[in-house]
Design a protein around this ligand. Structure first.
Ligand code: COA
Length: 579
């Protein structure tokens, strides 16, 4: 039977991760009524279905099977990050490890066998030499958005018959693959060349990491970068740079940016910059300097990179997971000041390919002797970067968001004169999810100025993700660039050069200076910061420990015990349920 053009959709998901957020935003914008339930246990799932009575259940990210009575009585669509016919819990891991040239996403109907249901839609893409998490946030997410819309349209049409999985069909190239064990991707430092070591780490990055040993201790490795100049005895740690450690392979070396010790004395570990996790062991390693202006073509660990072209300076900051520690912010500030000293008319802040920024580095804060002091140091360091951007009065700045941004990372972007984002980018312009954190980064100045007071209040109170399109509609950002991850940078370069070489450039800079002067006269920038930090001091040092508890839960990935009401529409009040 055909369905109405807009329907009730329940997202049943292990977490409200980037993919679920993207689907949530797009489906809601398409006019559907969307609610979310975390997959906590079967009884809760059943209760959610009974309350919401969805037309379709969509499972974008599950770690357990959907209860039989739920998929028997409801149409449940599972998003599988694999090509048609691929099955199993480590789909993308195998695709990266096996160096598949093409991969894909399949939308299938849940049934008794894992990933073996009838196929509603699928989409393929070319693979990239990148971490699993990066592929997930770009190619998989884009393909998933396409197949979900397609599947819904097909269901709505009432005439489409989903295709049963048939391994006799030549189009079905995938097959069942088991869960990938640590042994499947263990690095043999005495024989694996750099390319293989990289691939093994990337196949497990962000989760679960490649289990290895550093300084005789078991640790998971993440955030791998190739190194083309250094080398040494295979397997030996040969250098350190900022947070990363360099380890020799048989034909070169790799940098390891982040690690998670398998177990800390007081419980499970969490990801930290490698040099922070092993701070007491690295003194003997030679420190290897690398400037942010180094050779573009060189393969090495370089979190911050600066280049110039046609009167435009491009500052890229590829901080792992978009998290910015106090040290990283201090280095970023130095790089930005360098850019300001150069004869460029426009400075483009490129962030990283996966995230533009997610604000303070909560893991580094968690690991500090005093998380409150480290939070204070971190927020001040990020504020200093924001202030430097806001007070750049002699030229123009552009924040160009290729990847998502969250919390302070969004507001840092708003410090630029012009904010552009790739279509498909998801923003979380709020802090409250982190234990009612008040936030700083001059957001009380930047947010209402751009989006107006009413939107500012909605965004910060509702704590929901928004699309780049919606952000542009309400004036939070200036422009959406329709492109994929690879065509975004050329489009930004074109835009930045246009601004730098425009006839009205000097006039625009003059207007900007005058505006800043007026704003400063109305309320000094320093007073916005002081008022925000007064609230942050309470978050960090006050009686209410909510921020510290929320940060602990976030860093240690404590499983959810319930779905928050701002996501679970069906749990809010009886009127939200279907009559
Ligand atoms: N500090 C440290 N790690 C961070 C981080 C931060 N500020 N923000 C994100 N991460 C890490 C996550 O722990 C996760 O790690 P993993 O690789 O071990 O899985 C990874 O980045 C991806 O984050 P995830 O939450 O899975 O991504 P998402 O796209 O689903 O959600 C956010 C994005 C921004 C909504 C969410 O990560 C978040 O709330 N981050 C915290 C933002 C914050 O409160 N910052 C401090 C105040 S300025």
């Amino acid at each position: 039977m055909p369905l109405a053009p807009t329907v009730r959709l329940l997202l049943l998901t292990h977490a409200f991760n980037s993919l679920s957020q993207r689907l949530w935003v797009e489906l809601a914008e398409a006019g559907h009524t969307v609610s979310v339930e975390y997959d906590i246990n079967d009884a809760i799932t059943r209760e959610a279905v009974a309350r919401f009575r969805p037309d379709v259940i969509i499972a974008p990210f599950l770690k357990r099977a959907i209860p039989e009575d739920v998929w028997q009585n409801n149409r449940c669509l599972v998003i599988h990050p694999g090509i048609i016919g691929d099955r199993g819990p480590s789909a993308l891991d195998w695709a990266v490890l096996n160096n598949e040239p093409r991969w894909g996403v399949t939308c299938l109907q849940a049934n008794a066998e894992m990933d073996a249901g009838d196929i509603w839609a699928w989409q393929e893409f070319a693979m990239r030499a990148a971490a699993k998490g990066s592929l997930y946030r770009h190619e998989v997410t884009e393909a998933a958005a396409v197949v979900v819309h397609q599947a819904l349209e097909r269901i709505q049409s009432g005439s489409f018959r989903p295709r049963p999985l048939d391994y006799g069909d030549p189009q079905v190239r995938g097959r069942w693959r088991p869960w990938m064990t640590p042994r499947d991707r263990r690095i043999d430092w005495l024989s694996d060349p750099t390319e293989i070591a990289l691939r093994k780490i990337r196949s497990a990055d962000g989760q679960p990491g490649v289990l290895d040993e550093l300084f005789g201790e078991a640790a998971y490795l993440y955030d791998a970068w190739p190194e083309d100049r250094l080398g040494g005895v295979p397997g030996a740690l040969i250098a350190r740079r900022h947070g990363a450690l360099c380890r020799a392979t048989v034909d070169g070396a790799v940098w390891i940016g982040h690690v998670k010790k398998k177990r800390l004395q007081n419980g499970p570990g969490f990801k930290l910059p490698a040099a922070v996790a092993f701070a007491d062991r690295i003194a003997q390693l030679p420190a290897s300097a690398e400037e942010f202006t180094g050779d573009d073509q060189r393969e090495t660990f370089r979190e911050i990179a600066y280049r110039e072209h046609n009167r435009v300076g491009y500052l890229e900051f590829r901080f792992y997971n978009g998290a910015m520690s106090a040290d990283q912010c201090e280095r970023l500030l130095r790089a930005f000041e360098f850019a300001r000293s150069r004869p460029v008319r426009v400075i483009v802040l490129l962030g990283g390919p996966d995230f533009w920024s997610n604000g303070m580095h909560l893991n580094v804060i968690e690991a500090a002797d005093s998380p409150a002091d480290e939070s204070w140091r971190n927020i001040n360091a990020i504020d200093d970067v924001a202030r430097a951007i806001i007070t750049t009065e002699d030229r123009l700045t552009v924040a160009a968001l290729r990847g998502n941004a969250g919390a302070g990372g969004v507001f840092l972007a708003l410090a630029a004169d012009r904010v552009v984002a790739r279509e498909g980018v998801i923003l979380n312009p709020h802090y409250k999810n982190m234990g009612n954190l008040y936030g700083s980064e001059y957001w009380t100045y930047l947010l209402p100025k751009r989006a107006g007071v009413a939107h500012a209040e909605n965004l910060t109170e509702n704590r929901l993700p928004i699309s780049a399109r919606w952000a542009a509609d309400i004036g939070l950002i200036d422009q959406v660039i329709e492109s994929d991850a690879s065509s975004f940078i050329p489009a930004v370069e074109e835009l930045a050069e246009e601004i730098a070489n425009s006839h009205s450039y000097h006039e625009t800079v003059r207007e900007k200076r005058a505006r800043r002067k007026r704003d400063e006269f109305a309320q000094p920038l320093a007073s916005y910061r002081a008022a925000e930090l007064e609230q942050m001091r309470l978050n960090f040092y006050g009686f209410d420990p909510s921020y510290h508890v929320a940060r602990y839960n976030f860093v240690f990935r404590v499983p959810h015990s319930r779905t928050p009401l701002h996501l679970a529409v069906h749990r809010r009040k009886p009127t939200a349920a279907r009559n």
